[in-house]
Design a protein around this ligand. Structure first.
Ligand SMILES: Cc1ncc(COP(=O)(O)O)c(C=O)c1O
Length: 464
């Protein structure tokens, strides 16, 4: 097919040639040559029910036939009410109103704007600064990129970014404050919590609008959870200074981590929770935010009920129909239970792999959001050189062998450090997990052999 068609596509990376996918079924994608790829990362942790689910396709087609587009400035649809209800019923308590967007970046953009409008209209006009965390990702639009802390993605656009502040993401295995877990008693002196407080004091609490965080850091750190008690302390600080706590569940929501939402692992409720990806299981662009009653009440009281924001495709009926169908399947098919059971199994298999492959420094994550961190010396965690692009290379080898993982870098300090996310569809079986772990093992083996050859080549070159 590639030879027959003229190429007018603005590719994601013009230095690459991507396989052309013709169809998918379950955890597999097939290209035009019949090659099969095991989707071990659900695309971008989005295709959470795998590929080719006819029930969702039919729900979308049915809605498209009834009314494909209505503008939410003028009209609403039945599917919109049904999906909002389903999401509100599983969201943390007091988060009861659901606002829809097309993607996760737009969702975070909306949350940042809502926090600002909430403060301004309630008589706190100075509050406008967002505090985010380094090594976190909230999207690629300017607002969400400014709130996020992915230094590689921010670099090109630094002059355009909004002057938001950042604190470190907690990562006990690689503590940014070089502290040992044992000497880190959060009640008295927990560095990552104290850092937030000192930044708030420095900026002035009257200027701070919101704090945004991923409950489990996905693409940037490779599935790193917060230490026990961290979010409870964060909640207290946000309450103390009247700061809106935005929790970004774009990657972690809808069962991915073994609970409906990952923040439920920590026993707190945010003020705004954003979501995306899994809400439609990747069948249509859909994302959004669930908002706490006190913010909605304030909007009604202080802003005449109007949020000064909106997109053409907010609440698009066909996307919403896909979401409604996906959530119905998650619930009906007991997906949460599968995530817990098969997620544990996946982690065990990866821990066994770690014993055989010292380049695996760490295995972490919850449910089916599992990360492995790679290191040149897995004992002490010495990272691979950045120029090696270790995680990208291992994933390229895996793709040759017929599986796709989600590679990432910067897990040590934003630049150095390599990791891979293993995040298959939530209905994956343990047999399928065995298949993907086998391909991962073979890929690591080939990578190690390639490295040995390259090192030998360098040594011979130097001797010569
Ligand atoms: C935690 C998190 N937030 C936001 C986004 C941005 O979502 P989107 O790419 O749909 O705009 C992502 C995407 O990977 C994400 O992982």
């Amino acid at each position: 097919m590639r030879e027959e068609i003229e190429d007018y596509v603005f590719h994601r990376d013009f230095s690459k040639t991507y396989p052309i996918i013709t169809h998918g079924k379950g955890i597999y994608l097939y290209d035009e040559n019949g090659k099969r790829f095991m989707d071990a990362c659900s695309g971008a942790v989005a295709a959470n029910l795998g590929h080719g689910v006819e029930e969702i396709a039919e729900a979308m087609a049915l809605q498209a036939k009834k009314a494909a587009f209505v503008h939410t400035m003028r009209f609403e649809t039945e599917v919109l009410f049904k999906l909002a209800e389903k999401i509100a019923k599983i969201a943390p308590h007091s988060l009861n109103k659901v606002y829809f967007t097309s993607g996760g970046s737009e969702a975070n953009e909306s949350a940042i704007k809502l926090a600002r409008q909430f403060h301004k209209d309630a008589g706190r006009p100075e509050k406008h600064i967002v505090i985010g965390r380094w090594q976190s990702y909230h999207g690629n639009t300017f607002g969400s990129l400014s709130a996020g802390g992915d230094i590689k993605r921010r670099q090109v656009y630094t002059p355009n970014l909004i002057n938001f502040n950042h604190v470190h993401s907690p990562n006990c295995k690689r503590c940014p404050y070089q502290r040992e877990k044992e000497d880190c008693d959060y009640k008295q002196n927990w560095s990552c919590v104290r850092e937030l407080e000192s930044v708030i004091t420095e900026i002035g609490p009257d200027n701070v609008s919101a704090f945004i965080a991923e409950p489990i850091v996905g693409s940037q750190l490779g599935a790193v959870s917060a230490p026990e008690g961290y979010f409870k302390e964060i909640r207290k600080i946000c309450d103390q200074y009247n700061i809106v706590l935005i929790v970004d569940e774009v990657m972690t929501g809808f069962g991915r981590t073994g609970k409906d939402f990952a923040i439920q692992h920590y026993g707190i409720s945010p003020d705004i929770m954003t979501f995306g990806k899994g809400v439609s299981a990747g069948y249509a662009p859909l994302a959004g935010m669930v908002v706490h009653d006190r913010i909605v009440d304030s909007l009604i009281e202080n802003s005449k009920g109007k949020f000064v924001h909106g997109y053409t495709y907010s609440g698009h009926p066909v996307s919403v129909a896909a979401g409604l169908s996906a959530l119905t399947i998650y619930e009906r098919d007991g997906i949460l239970k599968n995530v817990q059971v098969v997620g544990d199994y996946l982690k065990q298999q990866l821990l066994a792999l770690k014993k055989r492959y010292p380049i695996i420094f760490d295995v972490r994550g919850e449910g089916l959001l599992v990360g492995i961190e790679l290191a040149a010396d897995g004992e002490v965690g010495t990272p691979f050189p950045e120029t090696l692009h270790a995680s990208e290379r291992i994933n390229n080898i895996a793709m040759e062998l017929g599986a796709v993982f989600y590679p990432g870098s910067g897990s040590l300090n934003g630049n150095l450090g390599d990791h891979l996310l293993i995040s298959p569809p939530l209905n994956v079986t343990s047999d399928e997990v065995d298949g993907m772990v086998k391909i991962l093992e073979n890929s690591l083996q080939i990578f190690i052999e390639e490295l040995k050859e390259e090192i030998m080549y360098e040594i011979t070159k130097q001797i010569r």
